[in-house]
Write a protein that binds this ligand. Structure first.
Ligand code: UDX
Length: 475
């Protein structure tokens, strides 16, 4: 690279909502620092983002970054097939989708990367790819690019997967219901209970497609030149320090839409309902926001108990009832009677701009599945959490929220969902006095996030260091 020339990175995002969001914001962040980014989305993700009724903010159907490019950032954009037809129902056939990402996607992405590398000016120097991909190391080596692994989740989750062999050696891998003793041998993790491991680490069957993805992805990530992580140093200090002894690990979060994010791009895969008018009519902090992320499912019986608990609590609520929340085959899982009884106390919507809803002054609590983006967004808006983890990293994230940071409470852990507990916990979180400790605690954590993003904050310094190291390596 010539002196003063900008680094050029190809950035490939994992084709799920919770990964596309931080990847797009990372692209903007890096481009604002002087990177040239060529962003690759799958055709299916591109189709979802651009075919919504309201379409993108820039009105340009072919390029989700058109508006930020107008403001001077050099972000190029292209799409690639994930191996399945665009119209394929990836939620209904999740395993088939994952299998395609594991076995078929790499050939398509390789072809696209080869074309970009051969034709791009200036030359490409880095490949930034989601840690869950299994091929970045191989392709980076083949095209002589630096390999930057982008980890969109907590550092704690990264280290658990990184030390999977240690968990296996000690008999804690795949041991749900068999072991209850604390795990105290993972570097940088004081202690963690087996029930707080990710669902893949707990599950008895350790041969699923998702397990194969995790094994291969972490084998690949261990040799990455850099890992960028969507967390902040102050939130997970010991875990991050221990990881830094093994791998160049940079905490550069929170990578979420914030008011500091001057340039925004529409990343929602589904049409967003606007609840501003409804929220405007409610008192400050009086509304519970209920959402279980972009792909986890809830059983029908739990859903009905939740709805009855919400009714009993007498608290206002906005509930994101995704059409596939129970299953793609049961698009209206709540009985009409319950919906009628709710009346104006609650608003049911299929999808929304979560960042905007959480930022509304009427929101006072978030009943959540504990997705990592949701947690960061909720902290950013100082909204305490009611935790009902369902899948993957969400069990471990719950531990961080409830046990470590004390910014939320558990909902029906260890017991079956029941409406009485739902209503009691909602009141505990939302009421002025009982919810005070959580509001105070989350205010402090928000402050840490804000400081990390200041010019002399940890994430900005880490970003500077990452940039310098990249420059040093590609001169
Ligand atoms: C899963 C994992 O649980 C999560 O930890 C990981 O980081 C990504 O994959 P997901 O179910 O998508 O996540 O949840 P989450 O991480 O919370 O991401 C969901 C994203 O969708 C958030 O950015 C949220 O703002 C957005 N969202 C959700 C909306 O914009 N509208 C909605 O109605 C619901």
């Amino acid at each position: 690279m010539g002196v003063g020339q900008k680094p050029h990175a190809i950035l490939v995002s994992y084709p799920l909502q919770g990964h596309v969001n931080p990847s797009v914001h990372l692209a903007i962040k890096l481009a604002s620092r002087g990177f040239i980014i060529t962003f690759i989305n799958t055709q299916s993700i591109h189709h979802h983002i651009t075919s919504k009724k309201a379409t993108t903010t820039n009105g340009d159907e072919d390029d989700i970054f058109a508006s930020v490019r107008k403001s001077g950032l050099d972000i190029r954009y292209t799409t690639v097939s994930d191996g399945l037809p665009v119209g394929f129902d990836r939620s209904l056939h999740h395993d088939e989708f994952m299998a395609s990402l594991l076995h078929v996607f790499s050939a398509h992405v390789e072809e696209t990367i080869e074309k970009i590398v051969k034709n791009a000016t200036p030359a490409v120097n880095c490949l930034i790819a989601d840690t869950f991909f299994v091929w970045p190391g191989k392709l980076a080596k083949k095209y002589r690019l630096l390999h930057v692994s982008f980890w969109t989740e907590a550092a704690l989750i990264f280290t658990l997967y990184y030390h999977m062999d240690l968990l296996r050696f000690n008999g804690h891998f795949g041991c749900i219901d068999l072991r209850e003793d604390e795990i105290d041998y993972i570097p940088g993790v004081k202690s963690i209970n087996p029930k707080d491991l990710t669902s893949y680490l707990q599950q008895m069957d350790t041969t699923t497609v998702c397990h194969q993805i995790i094994y291969k992805a972490f084998k690949d990530a261990k040799d990455a030149d850099f890992v960028l992580c969507n967390t902040i140093q102050e939130l997970e200090p010991e875990t991050i320090s221990a990881l830094q002894e093994k791998i160049p690990f940079f905490a550069i979060g929170p990578i979420i839409p914030t008011k500091c994010t001057k340039r925004t791009v529409s990343t929602s895969l589904w049409t967003e309902s606007d609840c501003t008018h409804w929220l405007d009519s409610k008192p400050q902090g009086s509304v519970l926001y209920v959402s279980f992320g972009s792909y986890a499912h809830v059983s029908k019986s739990d859903l009905i108990e939740m709805a009855n608990g919400l009714l009993q609590s007498n608290v206002y609520f906005v509930w994101v009832l995704r059409p596939d929340l129970v299953s793609s085959n049961d698009k209206n899982p709540l009985p009409e009677g319950i919906i009628k009884e709710v009346g104006d106390r609650g608003l049911f919507i299929p999808w929304c701009s979560q960042a905007r809803v959480l930022a509304h002054q009427a929101i006072g609590g978030f009943m959540t599945h504990c997705g990592w983006n949701s947690i960061l967004e909720s902290i950013w808006c100082q909204v305490p959490l009611l935790c009902f983890p369902l899948y993957t990293d969400q069990f471990t994230n719950r531990k961080l929220v409830v046990d470590d940071w004390k910014i939320g409470i558990n909902l029906c852990d260890k017991v079956q969902m029941n409406k009485l507990e739902v209503s009691q916990k909602i009141k505990q979180l939302m009421m002025k006095e009982s919810g005070e400790e959580f509001r105070n605690a989350i205010k402090k954590v928000k402050c840490m996030l804000e400081k990390a993003l200041m010019a002399d904050g940890s994430s900005e310094i880490n970003m500077d260091n990452f940039f310098k190291e990249i420059e040093g390596k590609i001169q």
